[in-house]
Design a protein around this ligand. Structure first.
Ligand code: UGA
Length: 465
């Protein structure tokens, strides 16, 4: 009886949630970062969601509860909604399309050889939807797509004479890797691009449970929605390249970058976020989207000089640690270099476009012995660099090193004791590209040190005097 009552309670609570929402069945094509977080998030909002992917092994693993990516909190949300039968995983894309009212496309849109965005997978998914749809559906593009994709997809719908059943919408994603689940439930804005107010309203309704009074819902046309996504990423990339240049200036002048950051960030017109200097921006978005935007603008005869400059600065910044290391020890040949942090930022195992890839490659070419440690990203890195030494702890990597380079701001690195680090190293040259170490301790114990935005002059005299 007790068991029965608890089942009823679950059913009632599910019905209550469902009744407060529009009765939409949702399919998501593409179960990568964006698609999986979206699917899990919408299921948690009370919707019935089917996540599809052409990668059969990924779907098989998801059905067994194995996550394809590391993302804090994701496994719990997926598991809960999978067990509650609100979240499903399938390879049967055709069936998912037939049985859904709203279909999100969240497939990858990588950079093609010419710098343009490769939308082959997106076109394929869209083509399948157009061909198979016999009942009214909204196709909502989640993937980051070249500006103008919506317009050309509308023409495809018209050419199949399916305007009466298929409506197009754009709903760009603003999640950050490493905090994607948190970001899903705490958005600052939801952008909906559609040329039809009813369609926009239906998309808005499915997000209703997470729309608090603070959340700005911006409804606009599809081309503008596509532009917002690229403009946001290009602006943030510019902000980072700007602070990296100012940090480089602080290195030379002796100004304190941390105070510059505070002085800038407290101006509400600038804002406190994205002002941290580092080893350059990486990941699957900023590098790809800035390049794509510059290339796309060129096809329209528009020069995005500021975005180009951000990319150029970033290329330089990714090599900054190498320049500093050479200044410190002269030749890197036969030197042992410890790398702490391989992922492009903390809380993710993603190494795409990470500074670590360039640094390790150059170190190998220079004849250095590389010892690396990362709490999450070593498996991915092993596929690219099989010959370097992977260590099971930060101290293991540091042991016997001539140079230590910190590339990722993992919380566990912040706990390391500088005195202990220096005593373990063969020659204590420390390069902190994330400004995570205690500067007084570095100045006291390290033979030579560099902290991004603070330069090498942490002591009263430069290290080489
Ligand atoms: C970025 C955007 O922040 C998201 O809003 C967007 O949805 C996403 O791209 C996307 O287009 O899908 P993400 O690439 O996951 O998210 O990571 P970010 O947290 O933005 O960091 C990007 C890079 O900038 C990292 O290498 C990070 O270390 C670097 N960064 C960030 C800095 O060097 N300094 C900062 O102050 C902030």
């Amino acid at each position: 009886m007790k068991k029965y009552l608890s089942k009823v309670c679950i059913l009632v609570s599910f019905l209550c949630t469902s009744l407060s929402l529009a009765d939409e069945s949702i399919a998501i094509l593409g179960t990568g970062y964006v698609g999986l977080v979206l699917g899990a998030g919408l299921a948690e909002c009370g919707h019935k969601v089917i996540c599809c992917d052409i990668d059969e092994s990924k779907i098989t693993r998801l059905n067994k509860g194995i996550m394809p990516i590391f993302e804090p909190g994701l496994e719990e949300v997926v598991q809960k909604n999978f067990e509650n039968e609100r979240l499903f995983f399938s390879n049967n894309i055709n069936e998912a399309i037939q049985n859904s009212d709203i279909i999100f496309i969240a497939v990858g849109t990588p950079t093609g050889a010419d710098g343009c965005t490769d939308i082959t997978a997106l076109e394929k998914a869209f083509d399948t939807i157009v061909r198979l749809s016999e009942t009214p559906k909204i196709v909502c593009i989640k993937s980051t797509v070249p500006i103008g994709t919506g317009k050309s997809f509308s023409r495809v719908i018209a050419s199949h004479k399916k305007e009466h059943i298929l409506s197009l919408a754009s709903n760009p994603e603003f999640l950050r890797e490493g905090s994607a689940v948190y970001d899903f439930f705490n958005p600052d804005r939801i952008v909906i691009g559609s040329n039809n107010t009813t369609v926009a309203e239906r998309i808005k309704n499915i997000f209703q449970p997470i729309i608090t009074p603070e959340v700005r819902v911006i409804t606009t046309d599809i081309t503008t929605s596509e532009t917002i996504k690229y403009a946001a990423n290009a602006f943030l990339a510019n902000k980072i390249s700007f602070v990296n240049e100012i940090a480089n200036l602080c290195d030379e002048t002796g100004a304190c970058m941390a105070d510059v950051e505070l002085g800038l960030g407290t101006d509400p017109r600038i804002g406190p976020h994205f002002l941290k200097p580092g080893p350059g921006f990486g990941g699957s978005c900023f590098p790809k989207d800035t390049t794509a935007l510059v290339t796309l603008a060129q096809t329209h005869g528009v020069q995005l000089k500021t975005v180009k400059a951000a990319i150029e600065t970033n290329e330089h910044q990714k090599r900054k640690a190498l320049i500093v290391a050479k200044d410190m020890v002269g030749t890197l040949k036969d030197k042992t270099v410890a790398i702490l942090g391989l992922s492009f930022k903390a809380n993710t195992d993603d190494i795409r476009e990470a500074a670590s890839l360039i640094i390790i490659d150059e170190l190998i070419k220079a004849g250095a012995l590389v010892k690396a440690y990362d709490p999450m990203a070593m498996e991915h890195t092993k596929k690219i660099f099989s010959d370097i030494v992977y260590c099971s702890s930060a101290l293991g990597a540091i042991d016997g090193a001539d140079v230590l380079i910190v590339l990722t701001e993992w919380p566990e690195f912040k706990q390391l004791n500088i005195k202990e680090i220096c005593s373990l190293m063969n020659d204590s040259n420390i390069i902190d590209m994330r400004n995570i170490f205690n500067k007084d301790a570095l100045a006291t114990y390290a033979k030579r040190c560099y902290v991004v935005g603070c330069g090498t002059k942490l002591r009263n005299e430069p290290y080489d005097q």
